[in-house]
Each structure stands twice: as C-alpha cells, then as structure tokens.
Design a protein around this ligand. Structure first.
Ligand code: ZN
Ligand code: FE
Length: 505
C-alpha cells in the first residue's frame, strides 16, 4: 500500500493524516490491517473528521503492530542524549512568517524631512488608535480650542515637553499639526496627576478637560483624563495548531570572557532530550523555535574598557564562534535572530538584520535573520521581538520603574503602543518613512532582552517576556548596579500560551 492510498483511505473517512502520522503507518509491517483497525478505533472514539497527527496514531498502534525496533545508533561523544527521545515538534514542518521588519526595505535617506516623517507617522498611527477610545472620538484640533472656552474637550497630541510646577502641578506641552497647548494636571485630581507622572516626551496621548484662558490670554486645558492608546483587556489570542514551543533567549554576548559557554551547552543538551524526567523531555521535545532578541555577540568597542573583557577581540570570529554553538542545536529547531546594541549593524533603530557579510556561517545554518524590532508569526502566534534599548531611557523618566522589573517597562510600552517612545535619549532613530517602532497591532507575545534580567508576565492576554542572559556580571554592570539573572530560559508553549522557566545556571 502506497502513501497516496493510505491518505485516500483516511480521506474517505473525512480524516486528514499529517506527514508524521503517514510515515508512522507506512512503517508498520502489516499496513492494511493496522489502518483499518486505527480507523475503527477513531470511529468508536467518535473522531469523525479532522486532522490525525503522529501522536494520535502512535497512541493507537498496538505493540504487536509496530515495526521491529531499529538498532539504536551508538551515541557520539559529547552528544549524550536520552535514547528514547523523540521530539514531537520534529514531526511537522514548522510555520514561520516575518510579518514586519525593516530589513531590506529601509527607505530613509537621512534627510531632515525623513526625521519629520517618522513623527508624522507616529502621530497618525497612534492618534488613530486613540480616537477609537471612548470619549476620544470627538477629539478636536488644538487650533480650534478658542471656540471651546470654558467647555470640556478632548484633544490628541504629541508631548513636546513635561515639567513640574510649584505646588506639584504637572504641565504638559501638547502639540498636533495645527498648534500647541499647555495641559495642566493638578493635585485636585490625584488620578490624573499620577497619570501625568507616567507621561514621557514624544509620545502621543489623549487628554480630556476644561479649556480656560491663562496668563496673556493663552488657552490651556485643566485635564481630568489622560489616556494612552492602550490595549484591549479581552482579545482573541492566536494559538498554534500543532505541538510547538519557543525558547526565548537573548544577550549571549559570545566573545566576552563572561559568556557562560557551559550554561549554554547545558541548555542545548536539554533541548536534545538530556532532561532528567519524562516531563522535562516532553517539554524539550516541544521546542521547535529558539528566538534570540539581540546581543548574540559582545561586539567591539561598545562601552569603555570592554576590550579587557573580550575573549575574542574580532567581530568576525565572534560570529563564527556563535555559528558553531548554534549549529549544535537539534536539527528540527529553527533559530530566529534579531540584533541588539552589541551586534554588528547600525545602532539606529529600527535595525536591519545582521548582514551576511558579517556572519556567513550563521546564514549557512538557515537561521531566520530579522531586524530589531521584528514581528514574526510563529505557528500563527504573533511574536514581537525587540532588544529593549529603550528601557535605558524609560527607567529614568517614569517613577517606580526599575531595570529589575522589566515587565513593568514592557507594560508601559504596550500601553503607549510604542517600543521606544522617547526621542533624543539612548535610543538612536533611523530616519525611515514610517515609525516602525509603533506597536500597530497587538501581538500575542512581546519578547525583549537587554537588561539581562529575566521577567515574565501575562498582561491583557499578551505574554510579556524579558529573557535572561548567558553572560556573567561584567564590570560595566557592576558600575550600573545591575545584578543579572543568567541561564534562565523562558519556554512558551505556542498551543496553550503557558510558559515555563528553565534554569541552566
Ligand atoms: Zn546585552
Ligand atoms: Fe543589549
């Protein structure tokens, strides 16, 4: 019986076999009899239509119907792995699509006009989202405020400046394409004052409040409501249809003498079925994707005195070493690589993918090379990957947020619908035609790194993950007072959105 015949036989029952299921059946010595029995079992289990995968078939085949066990291959040196390890994620092809990425379509020429355009694009995209919020649909333009003296209005604008006045009042200079106005948040309304504390320059916000005439006849708004574009509380999350999980990592810093090679090797061994319990091996077998959110290598000349801590002081050799380490990952695993501030691409964001000329050996591994940020659909689940340089800017600006709690910062990003709202800080912006750092559509997972501190949280049905690092504390981090959490790897089950943290330190 040929595979086409088998597929047809199942199709007659309205059942579709996956490739893995088909090859399992084909391997049975007495195919025809086994098939009829399996179909019978499915029918009595009331499975009347749909996809039949290898896992199901494996459960249904009886021991006496199984093909004779092949001789186990002798394990190679350094490759120990559990002999019964059969990764379930190896049974399907995998489905990955890059939905949004600057790589290969950078259009900016670097003119002042291009810079202006990023802001126009930012304003347009975010004001559109804000306008859909209750109370904001009738937002008026700033130049028309004269008509609304002593009335309550809604306006949408970009924050030019924020300052604290005597008495604790916060004054926000808000601008749209028609003009600018001062928005005041006073102690009278605690909630608004608290919100004003979270406002950062260059972001787009919505304000509601009363228009009054101030000194010199200039109009101002006493805010009773400040709004961010935000994210809906309830949303249809996208889920994988086949068993697959993604291990989210970042900040390997290969080339640094603080790169923890043995910890990384332990992670790889675990992926190959080296886990101690059946449950561990099952989880490892689900992992079909390893996503790297930047700082694959340590780079050269990134911070003062970095040279003293470099084991490999050559950027090409750093990537060659990286390629060797990544080549060790199991064959059924797809690696997605997005750059960070230590990688060899332009520093300005959005960063394009690390180019082939710098790391040909990684391209040879068929890794999926994307920019920073990048929106990738993995088995249908939308994962937004961003290195996280903007954390450095937000940390100093919003009270209460700390590097130690990266998911707090990620929540701000999601509410502000922007990965790097502040301009003129640590993040450099590349002049593009469009602001690609706006979070246009809500992803299912946001994956960042950069602070070398692990954090994971579900917020408004979005999984916020800041992956840990594979680098020990550097001298630079000591100066910053940062205590990293190396060796922690969050693993997201793409079918259920559950996450697990594995520790390899
Ligand atoms: Zn890093
Ligand atoms: Fe970084």
């Amino acid at each position: 019986m040929e595979s086409a015949d088998i597929a047809r036989r199942f199709a007659r029952e309205s059942l579709i076999l996956t490739e893995g299921a088909l090859s399992l059946l084909l391997s049975c010595p007495n195919v025809e009899a086994t098939i009829e029995r399996v179909i019978g079992d499915l029918r009595s289990a009331n499975v009347l239509r749909g996809i039949v995968d290898a896992e199901t078939v494996r459960r249904l085949i009886r021991p006496e119907e199984k093909p004779p066990e092949p001789e186990p291959p002798s394990p190679q040196v350094g490759e120990l792995v559990h002999d019964k390890f059969r990764p379930v994620s190896a049974e399907h092809e995998g489905r990955l699509e890059v939905l949004k990425d600057v790589t290969g379509r950078s259009l900016g020429k670097g003119t002042a006009e291009d810079f202006h355009r990023i802001f126009t694009s930012r304003f347009e995209k975010l004001s559109r989202i804000l306008r859909s919020r209750p109370g904001m649909e009738h937002a008026v333009s700033i130049s028309s405020l004269g008509r609304y003296e002593n009335e309550r209005v809604a306006v949408i604008g970009m924050v030019l400046e924020k300052r604290r006045l005597k008495g604790g009042t916060v004054a926000i200079e808000l601008e749209d394409s028609t003009g600018s106005v001062t928005v005041l948040a006073t102690k009278v309304n605690r909630k608004v004052l608290e919100r004003a504390d979270h406002v950062v320059p260059d972001e787009v916000i919505g304000v509601q409040g009363k228009v009054t005439k101030g000194y010199g006849g200039r109009l101002r708004i006493f805010a009773d409501q400040i709004e961010w574009p935000g994210a809906p509380v309830v949303r249809q999350v996208r889920k994988a249809e086949v068993p697959a999980a993604a291990a989210l990592i970042s900040d390997l810093h290969i080339g640094s003498d603080k790169f923890l090679e043995d910890v990384f090797a332990r992670f790889v061994r675990w992926l190959k079925g080296g886990g101690e319990t059946e449950k561990e091996r099952e989880l490892a077998g689900m992992v079909k994707y390893v996503v790297i959110a930047g700082d694959l290598v340590d780079g050269i000349g990134i911070y003062p005195e970095q040279y003293d801590e470099l084991l490999i002081p050559d950027i090409f050799r750093q990537y060659e070493t990286a390629a060797k380490l990544l080549a060790d990952l199991p064959d059924h695993v797809t690696v997605v690589i997005s750059p960070g501030n230590h990688d060899a691409v332009r520093m300005a964001e959005p960063q394009p993918a690390i180019p082939k000329e710098i790391c040909p050996a990684i391209y040879d591994l068929q890794a999926v090379m994307v920019g920073n940020p990048a929106l990738v659909s993995i088995e249908g689940v939308h994962v937004l990957v961003y290195h996280g340089r903007s954390f450095d800017d937000l940390v100093g600006m919003v009270p209460g947020v700390r590097r130690e709690k990266p998911t707090d910062l990620m929540r701000l990003m999601l509410e502000k619908r922007h990965l790097a709202p502040v301009y003129g800080g640590k993040v450099l912006f590349a002049p593009e035609r469009e602001d690609l750092l706006v979070i246009d559509d809500i992803p299912d997972v946001i994956h960042t790194g950069h602070v070398h501190i692990y954090g994971c949280e579900r917020y408004k049905e979005v999984l916020l993950v800041n992956s840990g690092t594979f680098q020990e504390r550097t001298e630079y981090m000591k100066k910053l007072g940062v205590v990293p959490t190396p060796g922690k790897v969050p693993i997201v089950n793409l079918m259920t959105h559950e996450f697990t943290v594995k520790e390899f330190m």
